[in-house]
Write a protein that binds this ligand. Structure first.
Ligand SMILES: Cc1cc2nc3c(=O)[nH]c(=O)nc-3n(C[C@H](O)[C@H](O)[C@H](O)COP(=O)(O)OP(=O)(O)OC[C@H]3O[C@@H](n4cnc5c(N)ncnc54)[C@H](O)[C@@H]3O)c2cc1C
Length: 457
C-alpha cells in the first residue's frame, strides 16, 4: 500500500485539509509565499490545531516520512522545493493572537503573521519586535532571531520569547519555558526549526503609541555621497534609533507610487524613539544633502510595518545576505560598482540594516542566538521572472557577496540567508555543538526538515 493509500487514516484524525497531487487545489496547497520556490512534497496538511500537528508528526514517523513546517513560506528558499519523502505541514490557518495588556505579552498561534500582531497590540498602546513585513510569520521570524525597527533598543525578538507550546518530533506536546524545559527553551530562541513544531509562542511587548519614522530619498546617482554620509551619521546614532541605507530599483508596477515607478533611488530609512526634534538634529547632516523626498513624520506605531515598503503580496524572490564588520568608503565603492545606478545588475536592491546597540550585546539568559556581530547586515534581492533571470540573480548575489568579503565578519544571519549554509557560520563552534546535541537527542530520526539545518546536511 502506498503512502497516499494510507492517507485515509490521517484524514480520519485531522480537522484540516490533506491535499495530494491528485487534488484540484494541489497547486495552491503546495505554494510558498516566495513564488520562486517550486515545492514538491508528498502531500500537504493544512493544520487546524495542535492535534492536527501531532497527528501529522506521528503519521510521518510511522511511514518513514519527514515533516517540513511552513507558516508562510517567506523562508522557503534555503530548504528548496525538492521535498522528497516529506510532508509539507502548513500552519497558515492558525492565526490567532491574544494580548495580555497587564503582563504586556502576546500569545500567537503557529501561523500568525506580524500584521495580525500589530493590529492586536496597537489598541493597547503596545508594540512587538516585528520586522519590516506585515505577512512574515511571527514564529519563523522569531525562531531565526528577528531584527526589526526597534532592534537596536531592544535586541533580537527571540530574546523576548517567554514561552512556547511545542509538538516535539515524538508527537508529544510540551510547554517550553525557562523552568519547564530549559534546553529547548535555549535552543529554540534563535536556533531555528530543528527541535520541534511551535503550536503557540508567547513573547513580551513594549509600551509605545507613537513613533517618529520615515525615509529620505535621492536619485541613485547620489548614492556614493548619501551612503557615506549615512554611514557617518549611523555611527553617532543612539540605540533609540534604528536605520537602514539602501539602493532600490523600484519596479515598473502600477502598485508603485508614480514618482518612484521604474526609478533607481538611494534611501535612508529610520525609526526613532526620540521624537521629532532630537531625531531631526541627528539626521540634519543627511537633510543637508537635499533629499528629493522626505517622508519623516510622527505617527501611530502601526505605521512601522509599512515603513520599508515590503511587497504587499507573495512574489518570486531570490535573496542573499552578508554580515559586515564595517562599511568603509572602499566597501561603498565596491557596492556601487556592482549594484549602483550604472551597474548592469539584475537585483531590485541591496540594503544595509544598521546593527549595534542592543543587537550587539548578549542579554542575560539569552537563547542560542544571543546577539549579532558586525555593524551592518546586508541583504540583496532580485525578482525571478524565469530561469535565466534566476541564474543571473544567483550569480550577481555571489559576486556581490565576494565583493563585500573583505569587510565581512564571516558570520551569517539565517533570516537573511536563502541558501544552505553551515550552521557554525551563524552560531559559532561552541553554540552549534550544543544545538546539534539537542537536535540529535530530540529528533534522532531527523523527522523535521527546517529551512536551515543545525546538523550537517
Ligand atoms: C519580504 C521579507 C521581509 C523580511 N523582513 C525581515 C525582517 O525585517 N527581519 C528579519 O529578521 N527577517 C526578515 N525576513 C526574513 C524572515 O524572518 C525569514 O524568512 C523567516 O524564516 C520567515 O518566517 P515565516 O514563518 O514567514 O516563513 P516560513 O518559510 O514559513 O518558515 C521559515 C522556517 O521557520 C520554521 N518554522 C516556521 N513555522 C514553524 C513552526 N510553527 N514550528 C517550527 N518551525 C517553524 C521552519 O524551519 C521554516 O522552514 C524577511 C523576509 C522576507 C521575504
Amino acid at each position: 500500500m502506498s503512502v497516499i493509500d494510507r492517507l485515509a487514516d490521517l484524514r480520519a484524525h485531522v480537522r484540516g485539509a490533506v491535499t495530494t497531487p491528485d487534488d484540484p487545489d494541489w497547486e495552491d496547497a503546495r505554494q510558498a509565499w516566495n513564488l520562486a520556490v517550486d515545492q514538491h512534497p508528498v502531500f500537504v496538511v493544512e493544520a487546524a490545531d495542535a492535534d492536527d500537528i501531532a497527528a501529522t508528526v506521528r503519521f510521518a514517523a510511522e511511514n518513514e516520512l519527514r515533516v517540513a513546517v511552513q507558516g508562510t513560506g517567506h523562508g522557503a528558499a534555503a530548504r528548496g522545493g525538492e521535498l522528497a519523502e516529506t510532508i509539507l505541514l502548513r500552519t497558515s490557518s492558525m492565526r490567532g493572537v491574544t494580548v495580555d495588556p497587564e503582563r504586556r505579552t502576546a500569545r500567537v498561534q503557529a501561523g500568525a503573521q506580524w500584521g495580525d500582531v500589530v493590529r492586536a497590540t496597537a489598541e493597547h498602546g503596545l508594540v512587538a519586535l516585528h520586522g519590516s513585513s506585515h505577512d512574515v510569520g511571527v514564529v519563523g521570524y522569531t525562531l531565526g532571531g528577528g531584527i526589526g525597527w526597534l532592534a537596536r533598543k531592544h535586541g533580537l525578538a527571540s530574546s523576548h520569547v517567554t514561552a512556547m507550546d511545542v509538538i516535539v518530533p515524538s508527537g508529544q506536546r510540551v510547554e517550553v519555558t525557562d523552568s519547564s524545559c530549559p534546553q529547548l527553551f535555549w535552543a529554540m530562541r534563535g536556533g531555528g526549526g530543528s527541535f520541534g513544531i511551535v503550536v503557540e509562542m508567547e513573547f513580551s511587548l513594549f509600551e509605545l503609541r507613537e513613533i517618529h519614522a520615515g525615509a529620505l530619498l535621492w536619485p541613485a546617482e547620489r548614492a556614493g555621497e548619501v551612503l557615506r554620509r549615512w554611514r557617518d551619521v549611523a555611527e553617532r546614532l543612539p540605540d533609540e534609533v534604528t536605520s537602514v541605507g539602501r539602493l532600490v530599483h523600484f519596479p515598473p508596477f502600477p502598485t508603485v507610487p508614480e514618482p518612484l515607478r521604474d526609478r533607481k533611488m538611494v534611501l535612508v530609512e529610520a525609526a526613532s524613539l526620540l521624537g521629532e526634534e532630537e531625531t531631526s538634529a541627528l539626521l540634519r547632516p543627511l537633510r543637508e544633502l537635499g533629499p528629493e523626498m522626505d517622508t519623516f513624520a510622527t505617527g501611530p506605531v502601526e505605521m512601522l510595518i509599512e515603513l520599508h515598503g515590503d511587497p504587499p503580496q507573495p512574489v518570486p524572490g531570490m535573496g542573499g545576505g552578508a554580515m559586515l564588520a564595517e562599511l568603509p568608503d572602499a566597501a561603498i565603492d565596491a557596492v556601487l560598482e556592482l549594484c549602483g545606478p550604472d551597474a548592469d545588475s539584475p537585483l531590485l536592491g541591496i540594503e544595509f540594516r544598521q546593527l549595534g546597540g542592543a543587537l550587539g550585546r548578549a542579554p542575560e539568559g539569552a537563547g542560542a542566538l544571543s546577539s549579532l556581530q558586525g555593524r551592518f547586515a546586508a541583504y540583496m534581492v532580485g525578482m525571478v521572472t524565469g530561469p535565466e533571470a534566476a541564474a543571473a540573480i544567483e550569480r550577481h548575489i555571489a559576486t556581490t557577496q565576494d565583493g563585500l568579503a573583505p569587510w565581512s565578519t564571516g558570520g551569517a544571519y539565517l533570516n537573511f540567508t536563502e541558501s544552505p549554509v553551515d550552521a557554525g557560520q551563524a552560531f559559532g563552534t561552541t553554540t552549534v555543538r550544543r544545538l546539534r546535541d539537542i537536535a540529535a537527542a530530540i529528533d534522532p530520526d531527523r523527522v523535521l526538515v527546517p529551512n536551515h539545518q543545525v546538523r550537517a546536511y
